[in-house]
Design a protein around this ligand. Structure first.
Ligand code: NAD
Length: 295
């Protein structure tokens, strides 16, 4: 099977590497020469032009930074959608607005091109290990076609619903994660200010009704857990600015259906001020520092 992979950045490059290791023929494209050279060193074919990207592709995988880049890549004046042969399968793994996923899907249908949105949960380490979670939006039939490819890059593959549902699932998950990380930081900081040992309070919470992923797997207090960003100077990880981007997508999704997201909005404000204080490139669990410093 021939796959064209567009967007060989922090996430895309290790994902494309896993596809190469699974013996797919992968042709890659990126704006960065460094990324292309790395991809080539893994055995990938670098596309010389757009024509090479589309002509033999059975599947197009995109891992692009934003709604604008994704829309422009497929629907812009130089957009490739109209050049794809019918029945080509597009798997868009980028985190973008659900409305843009639906818009591109509608256009794809008019060219008889198959498409799913398949954003991921799990950061760079999960991309490298091939253990990403994929949340897929699109028809069951296209989900089944995408699954064997997604399984080479991820461990948990979910069908969320129709076009855009993958993006909505991702926006909901990350909004909850953002809120949980702030709540966890507040609770742990409060205990520490009262003299409790952070490891002791973490263990108590983890075995009580406040238990959650942030306490157990991604504790924001340094040296409670090994090998998490907080114990390594909050080196990303999952950058505050990416969390901020995802919260923007959550708020857009909420406004489309007038859903109440009071805590989500508050979380966005808190992460925004953390980013404005110069922590946009540090891991999002560094929000603990904002909370503990303002105590
Ligand atoms: P990145 O900025 O490292 O990579 C994006 C790549 O796309 C860049 O190398 C850029 O040069 C390339 N690109 C942009 N426009 C292009 C075009 N027209 N043609 C070819 N290449 C183009 O970003 P990333 O961290 O790899 O994230 C990619 C997507 O995955 C984003 O939507 C992000 O929100 C999402 N995501 C990231 C993480 C993470 O931890 N980094 C986790 C989950 C989801």
């Amino acid at each position: 099977m021939n796959i064209s992979f567009i967007g060989l950045g922090n996430m895309g490059l290790p994902m494309a590497k896993n596809l190469l290791e699974a013996q797919f023929n992968v042709t890659g494209s990126d704006l960065s020469q460094t990324a292309l050279e790395q991809f080539k060193s893994y055995g990938g074919t670098v596309a010389q032009d757009q024509q090479q990207l589309v002509e033999n592709a059975d599947v197009i995988v995109t891992m692009l930074p934003s709604s604008e880049s994704m829309k422009n890549f497929f629907l812009g004046s130089e957009g490739i959608l109209k050049q794809l042969k019918p029945k080509t399968l597009i798997i868009d793994c980028s985190s973008i607005a659900a409305s843009v996923s639906r818009e591109v899907a509608l256009a794809a249908e008019s060219y008889a091109v198959d498409i799913v949105d398949a954003p991921v949960s799990g950061g760079i380490l999960a991309a490298q290990a091939g253990t990403l979670t994929f949340m897929v939006g699109g028809s069951i039939q296209h989900f089944e076609s995408a699954k064997p490819i997604l399984e080479k890059m991820g461990k948990n593959i979910f069908h969320a619903g129709e076009h855009g549902a993958g993006q909505i699932a991702k926006a909901c998950n990350n909004m909850l994660l953002a809120i949980n990380m702030i709540g966890t930081s507040e609770a742990l900081n409060l205990a520490i200010q009262h003299g409790l040992d952070p490891k002791v309070i973490s263990e108590i919470i983890q075995n009580s009704s406040g238990a959650n992923w942030c306490v157990e797997k991604y504790n924001p207090v340094p040296d409670v857990l090994e090998n998490v960003p907080s114990s390594k100077g909050y080196v990303a990880g999952f950058m505050t600015d990416l969390m901020l981007k995802d919260l923007g997508l959550s708020m857009t999704a909420a406004s489309e259906v007038s859903a109440t997201v009071t805590m989500g909005e508050l979380a966005k404000d808190i992460y925004r001020s953390h980013s404005q204080n110069g922590h946009g490139k540090t891991d999002f669990s560094s929000i603990f520092n904002l909370i503990s410093q303002t105590s």
